[in-house]
Unconditional design. Structure first.
Lengths: 161, 161
DNA sequence: TATATTCCTACAATAATGGTAGGATTTAAA
DNA sequence: TTTAAATCCTACCATTATTGTAGGAATATA
């Protein structure tokens, strides 16, 4: 059971982007140094997030990255899935043909439930939630849906929105 | 995100042990061949399960393994944790000293919640549940608490037991 | 034109996974 | 008492995944 540095770095970088809330693109150099992540490694991570449409990249001098959506509209499962790839704890969950007994495999059902549950937890957190946890006041344009307005126990639904 | 072959093999081996419900110890040779797991590898896995008290090993000729408790009293989280070790998706969850910012780290809280949730799902399944899913009738001595008698949505409580 | 940035691809060190090999030990059965 | 079948123990190893590094190419601003 592991979420690799990719998933963690991506989450932290996105959170920093959200907290900066800059109208100008934020260069990775800034984020890499404040998060103590290798710039080159972070470049690769952010490129894939850009490919997935979670951030907008601006090339050239005074370029950098911007969130593609408001922080309340970006959830952790999107970030983690993008950089980690398949989140199934067992590959047969994603590709049933890997094992001849997939159709009747009891434990496979459990591994699938584990994956669904993990993604449910991650989907329940938006960047806005994380900002709130960091003690930041919510921005005006994301105040419509309060981060903590969702039912606390329903982890399969998105908090916030 | 991965549950390695150790966790999967251990689960399948324990399920087979439960389904055989043999009063005599079941030798690993039997399980290894029916589950198509390398005998030597399975030996190591079962040794650690025995060390954790989940099975009883009987050495010598006509030896083998027995469940240490009724199938309804053994849950998947015990099995998986024993063979996989630390289930935290990020090591700082278990050892906060690995990162100076653990005390104030927002994402760390999420990784911890992910771990708790996964273990909750696994704890909600006993070997008896898996047997029931395999279509086996419940054994008399575990019929008192029906495997599916627990509230369906409460994944943090044990089903059965 | 110089500079700061993202983008792309290849390489590499390290760690984790998934075993194998070879016995030593134990114990029931022949 | 011997033999055989089983667990137990430890070391090794091949493969894969992780976690980067390196070097530049492309892009766009100042």
């Amino acid at each position: 059971m592991n979420i690799s540095t990719k998933g963690r770095y991506a989450s932290r970088a996105m959170l920093e982007l959200a907290m900066r809330n800059s109208p100008e693109p934020v260069p990775l150099k800034t984020i890499a140094s404040s998060q103590r992540i290798s710039l080159k490694y972070l470049e690769r991570i952010m490129t894939s997030l850009a490919g997935e449409g979670l951030v907008i990249s601006v090339r050239g001098k005074s370029g950098g990255y911007l969130l593609a959506r408001p922080a309340a509209k970006i959830t952790l499962d999107e970030i983690v899935k993008t950089v980690e790839g398949d989140m199934a704890p067992v590959s047969c969950v994603t590709d049933a043909s890997l094992c001849g007994r997939s159709a009747v495999c009891v434990t496979r059902d459990i591994w699938r439930e584990v994956e669904d549950t993990v993604l449910g937890v991650l989907r329940s957190y938006s960047l806005a939630h994380l900002m709130a946890r960091e003690g930041f006041a919510r921005q005006p344009d994301e105040s419509r849906d309060a981060p903590d307005s969702a039912p606390a126990l329903d982890t399969n639904k998105q908090r916030g929105e």
